[in-house]
Every structure is written in structure tokens, then in C-alpha cells.
Design a protein around this ligand. Structure first.
Ligand SMILES: [Mn+2]
Length: 442
């Protein structure tokens, strides 16, 4: 099943083409070539890895499964799309171009990748935005991925058009439905593999069509931040379930995490509840001109307070954050920009021209240091985990005496908690796309 979004596409593409054409004029380029890309061949094999399209390409057209295509945008005038449609009895041949996007391009069909050469521009200063591979090896470009074009495009990508918001919203609706199916499979006592299958079946997609590898973690596996093993065996007992999984619509991702306690009424369930309330409290601070870095630091203080409240520690929240001990329990960043890529580009960019704004030294994994502004879509995903290797480091600190190791050891079989929603920043506050999607299903 593929959900196709067209609402707002025309305005989106007109704005984007305008942006490209002003950048071309400003930097004295005559045209830009944006290839969809090529599949990558497996070593010593005759098969390819799953095709992943050039993100610049899918920003312009809702095509994510079409290799060997090229978009050409001249400094002025209508852009063209070289549409690859081979004669092939081994594979499915791409259907004829259809839908709203076809109105905005002169479409030229090519049956072999090499035919693109005759259609690509030959005169003037030509820029390549993408990888120089395949037929493009024979083309001489004035520049490849020049920073003068790439940085402004990355910067602007954070401000979603209504079309892009609609794509991410639909991706949230698909994912919410699949999350509930996965939750039900967990409470039926299924394996990680079965739960993952339930998720994919409810989403109606193949694993390769996921925006990132599903994290489906039972029990202590929830303490592995990017766990993708998917056990086929049942654990002795179901304690907890952490699922971090999204969906993709027109190449735009959702990215949602939920954590459940099997017993539903134990202390781990209370801990989840406390994290959920804390998470929703943080979201109240999301509005234009708020600092995402400050929000991340605030999350640390709040998580430290929860650790104290549940008697995992006896030190003050301030001491836990200042000493860095809170990072042993919450080692990753609060979230990231979300869009064409799950961890979208530009999160550390200083302004449209480029530059890097690093996160604070104590928080190296924070992926977004930009000010919060209207039309950004950000994830907010606080976590609290019991990770052996990080807890080992705490034993060497002054705070070791303030840690209730017995209680922490008792919670290790639960792994940890992460709760993640996709947030659209609005003029005065925010919309929680993930919660809205779940609310529809209740
Ligand atoms: Mn995320």
C-alpha cells in the first residue's frame, strides 16, 4: 500500500524551483542536474542492494523507486525530467508518469541509462547535485554538490511546506496503526520477529520501504539504542517492549517510539507513565524562538528528577546532570529534524550559508542545535535506560555511593524506556502529529 499525497504539491514545487533558480542565478550557474541515483551492486553478485533515491530528487518529485532518472533545472524556464522506463522482462517496468507532478516538468522518457547523455545540458556552467556515477561519469560539470547551493537547500529543508507536512502526517497515520498492531502482538506474548511482522503487515509495506530499520526490542534488548536483531525465540518471560518504527509517504518519514510494560500495573509501568508525563511537559515548551538545546538540558534535569523520585539515586538532579551521570541513563540527544531523511540534514547548521553549531561538549549526540522555528518538524524522544557499559563508568565517579545499585539491577531486565513523537512547530506552539494519529484510532 502506498499513500499518495498531492495536496499542496504544486505550491511546493513552484517554491522549490524558484529557490533553485535564484540560487543558480546568484552563483552564476546555467543549470543543475539532479539524478535519482543508481542501485548499488553487491560485491561478486548479480543483484543490487535495495535502491535508495537521492534526497534532493525526492524533494522535487514523489518518486522513490525510479533509478537512472534525472531532473534538469535551467536557470530560467521549465525543468525537465528524464524518466527511465526500460524494456525489461526480468523486472517490473515503471508505470508511465502520472499525477500532479507531471504538469511541472517536460518529461522525456529514456529506455536505456545511456540515453540520458543526449538529453542532459551540454552548454554553460552545469552543476551536479548527487553522485557522479554511471552515465554521469562522461559528463563534465562545473561543480559537484557546491556548498553555495547545498547549504541554503539544507537550511530551507527544515521549513516544511504544507505538502511536506501532509506527507509526514500521513506517514504518522500509517505508523500509528502499525504501532498498535505491534503493541497487541506484544501483549499476546509473541516474539520480536512476530511483532515486527505484525507491524509491517498493519503498515502494509515491505521492510525495505521502512524509513529506517525497525527497532523491536523485548526486555533487556530495549537497552540497546539501535537494536535491530529481531529474535526468533520467545524470551522466558515478557517484561517490556520498546518499539521505534516509522513509515514513509512520498519519501517523507515518520519516526515514533513507544514503550510498554507487560504487567501493565508494575513499577516499570509507573516509570513509563512518569516519562510520558515528563515528555508531554517538555512539548509544552515547543514554540518559535525556543532553544532546542535548552530543551535537551531540561530533559536531563527532568529525567534526573524521575531517577530520584523512583529511588534509583539519592543525589540531587543538579548533581546528576552536572557530573554527567544523567547521561549514563539518557545517553542520546532529545531529537532531530525529520523529513526526507529520518535524521534530516542541517540540524547543526548555523545559518543558510553554512557553518556548524556544535552541541554542548557534555552532549555530543544531540543532533539539532538550531533554534525552534515555525514549520520545522522535530522529533522529541527522551529516554531512560539501564545500559551496563555506561553504568559501569558511573561506578568510578564520586556519585557511586548515591546510586541504588540493587534497584537498578532489578530493572535491567526491562532494558529501558523511550517515548518519541513527531512535532510540527506552528506560529504559536506546536502540533503533535504522532499523538493526533494515535488519537484517531481510539
Ligand atoms: Mn528519532
Amino acid at each position: 500500500m502506498t499513500t499518495i499525497v498531492e495536496a499542496g504539491y504544486s505550491e511546493h514545487i513552484e517554491t522549490l524551483i524558484q529557490r533553485y533558480q535564484s540560487l543558480l542565478a546568484e552563483h552564476n550557474y546555467d543549470s543543475v542536474v539532479i539524478p535519482s541515483g543508481m542501485p548499488i551492486r553487491k560485491y561478486l553478485d548479480d543483484m543490487d542492494y535495495p535502491f535508495k533515491v537521492n534526497p534532493h530528487f525526492k524533494a522535487l518529485v514523489p518518486l522513490v523507486t525510479n533509478p537512472h532518472c534525472h531532473i534538469v533545472i535551467p536557470q530560467s524556464g521549465k525543468p525537465s525530467l528524464l524518466f527511465y522506463q526500460p524494456v525489461d522482462f526480468w523486472h517490473t517496468v515503471p508505470a508511465d508518469p502520472s499525477g500532479e507532478y507531471t504538469q511541472h516538468f517536460d518529461i522525456i522518457k529514456i529506455a536505456r541509462p545511456q540515453e540520458a547523455l543526449a538529453e542532459l545540458p551540454k552548454q554553460g556552467r552545469i552543476v551536479l547535485l548527487g553522485q557522479k556515477e554511471g552515465v554521469l561519469d562522461a559528463v563534465s560539470f562545473s561543480a559537484q554538490n557546491p556548498e553555495t547551493l547545498v547549504y541554503p537547500l539544507y537550511w530551507q529543508r527544515a521549513y516544511k511546506s504544507p505538502y511536506e507536512v501532509e506527507c509526514i502526517w500521513q506517514a504518522n497515520r500509517m505508523a500509528a496503526k502499525a504501532h498498535l498492531a505491534a503493541r497487541d502482538a506484544f501483549y499476546r506474548g509473541e516474539t520480536e520477529l512476530q511483532i515486527n511482522a505484525a507491524y509491517l503487515a498493519a503498515a502494509g509495506v515491505l521492510e525495505n520501504q521502512m524509513p529506517y530499520g525497525n527497532i523491536v526490542a523485548l526486555n533487556q534488548n530495549a537497552a540497546i539504542l539501535h537494536y535491530t536483531d529481531c529474535q526468533t525465540q520467545l524470551p522466558k518471560q515478557h517484561h517490556s517492549f520498546l518499539i521505534d518504527a516509522g513509515c514513509e509517504v512520498n519519501g517523507y518519514a515518520s519516526d515514533i517510539t513507544r514503550t510498554y510494560s507487560f504487567a501493565k500495573d508494575d513499577e516499570f509501568a509507573e516509570l513509563i507513565q512518569a516519562m510520558d508525563e515528563m515528555h508531554l511537559g517538555l512539548l509544552e515548551k515547543i514554540k518559535p524562538q525556543a532553544s532546542y538545546v535548552d530543551l535537551h538540558i531540561e530533559a536531563h534535569h527532568n529525567i534526573a528528577a524521575i531517577l530520584a523520585r523512583f529511588k534509583f539515586v539519592s543525589a540531587s538532579p543538579e548533581a546528576l546532570v552536572e557530573s554527567g551521570v544523567s547521561s549514563a541513563f539518557f545517553p542520546h540527544g532529545l531529537g532531530h529534524q525529520l523529513g526526507l531523511q529520518v535524521h534530516d540534514v542541517g540540524g547543526h547548521q548555523t545559518n543558510a550559508a553554512g557553518g556548524t553549531t556544535n552541541p554542548p561538549e557534555q552532549h555530543p549526540f544531540l543532533r539539532n542545535t538550531r533554534m525552534i522555528e515555525q514549520n520545522q518538524v522535530l522529533t522529541v524522544e527522551p529516554g531512560l535506560y539501564f545500559i551496563d557499559s555506561l553504568l559501569e563508568d558511573v561506578k568510578g565517579t564520586d556519585l557511586n555511593k548515591d546510586i541504588n545499585w540493587e534497584k537498578i539491577n532489578a530493572f535491567k531486565p526491562f532494558g529501558g524506556i523511550r517515548i518519541e513523537d513527531d512535532i510540527l512547530v506552528t506560529a504559536k506552539g506546536h502540533r503533535n502529529l504522532s499523538r493526533e494519529a494515535f488519537a484517531e484510532l481510539n
